[in-house]
Design a protein around this ligand. Sequence first.
Ligand code: HEC
Length: 312
Amino acid sequence: MVRIIGFLVGLGFVGVLVISLFTDLSGYFNEPPQESAEYKYHLEPKEVDFSSDGPFGRFDDAQLQRGYQVYREVCAACHGLQYVAFRNLEEIGYTPEQVKSLAANEWEVPTIDPELGEETTRAAIPSDTFPNPYPNAIAARAANNNAYPPDLSLIVKAREGGAPYIYSLLTGYQEPSKKLLAEFPSAAPGTGLYHNPYFANLNIAMPPPITSDGQVTYGEGAPEATVEQMAKDVTAFLIWTAEPRMESRKRAGIAILIFLSIATLLAFLAYRNVWAEAKRQVAPKGPLDPENMAKREQAKAEAAEEGRGVEG
Ligand code: HEC
């Protein structure tokens, strides 16, 4: 009895599967899936080189300092860098005094007034981390068309495409093409959205942050502050914030490769040494030489014939 019930229940399951297979297949053929605007018009990141690329890549401190300047003057209005402290800027070539004065003069961090207990701000010190421009996520969304400007400390690691994606996003704002709008009228950017084919859904809530050449005034000896140059510099800065230890990681990797190749050579030589006895083509000399042995046998036989004993 139990068996029959079990069999019927199993049959019921199989029946449901067969029915759903048929409805899905007929749905697929009656209404084939439509190509989406994201699928057709999303672009892969542009090709762009950074000095930190490759196994021997190094950071270019002058570029990182320019990138910091772009971050401070442009991006910091909306994005924080919560995992970077001001004193970390010493790693990109600022002296401790410069960091101190830069933190104190250029940044304010939230604090509590010691007398009134109210929220207020104070000048930053080197051990502070870069502050978030908004007190909380609700305020951030309220100011940005309900989109949250993410913290940028790790953004290069957090996005598929890494640094080239960030660079492409910053330089990729454009009007939606006529072809796109004709094909997908609903892909037109809504209010507060901007068309950017490098962003996954083509419309991003971040207004174009870098819009004109010379928007940031670079110091003496710096390359011209074109939109591309500023985007590249700030991206290089974000590569550094995401992995400040990159140079030592690469150096350690190369040292380990050199060590391993020497160790491999030593292991090979040790192997040759250990197996030398066993693998050598034995060419006996002296009394064991077959030629000498034959001679000796002959001498023995001759001696026996002559009736005198020979030792050995
Ligand atoms: C006016 C405010 C504002 C400024 C200035 C700004 N951003 Fe944004 N940013 C945003 C908002 C809002 C989002 C979220 C967009 C969304 O999710 O649609 C965002 C998202 C991003 C993202 C994430 C994109 C993704 O793939 O999710 C990156 C990277 C970024 N911004 C980099 C920058 C950089 C670099 C600068 C400075 C050059 C900058 N932003 C300046 C508001 C801003």
